[in-house]
Design a protein around this ligand. Structure first.
Ligand SMILES: [Zn+2]
Length: 141
């Protein structure tokens, strides 16, 4: 089974977070049948987002102060890390503590692709989605 659950913030933002996550799964992880993704929208001090895999569940944290496009892009960045873990891309599953953050290939990949994915999401999905909800529109304004 695939489980996606967002926690924290308010219901509108949780639904929005879950719908972006499902969009990502449908697009990039369609063949995975067992996936557990939990997203906490919470106050983070030293990063915009984090992604930790405990062997069962991917735990993503997104800073609750992020708004609009930056929020979407940050969530997509962390979801790219989920994909990298699952497909073992860019040596993300190897020890990388000795590599400076900006030199990590999986980070470069995540930044590049989250920007493109964010534009695609906004152009293709967002406009239709936002039309249906004034609350959502206000959230990203
Ligand atoms: Zn990252």
């Amino acid at each position: 089974m695939i489980y996606v659950s967002a926690h924290g913030s308010n219901e509108v933002r949780r639904k929005f977070t879950e719908s972006i996550t499902w969009w990502f799964i449908d697009k990039l992880l369609p063949r995975y049948k067992n996936l557990n993704i939990s997203i906490d929208i919470t106050k983070i001090d030293d990063a915009q987002g984090t992604c930790v895999y405990d062997g069962d569940t991917f735990h993503i944290e997104i800073d609750s102060t992020l708004k609009g496009e930056i929020f979407i892009e940050c969530l997509l960045h962390e979801l790219v890390h989920v994909e990298q873990h699952l497909k073992d891309l860019y040596e993300i599953n190897d020890d990388h503590e000795h590599i400076p953050y900006v030199d990590r290939l999986f980070e470069q990949d995540a930044y590049t692709r989250s920007e493109l994915l964010c534009q695609e999401y906004i152009n293709k999905e967002w406009i239709a989605y936002a039309k249906r909800s004034i609350k959502i529109r206000n959230l990203v304004a």
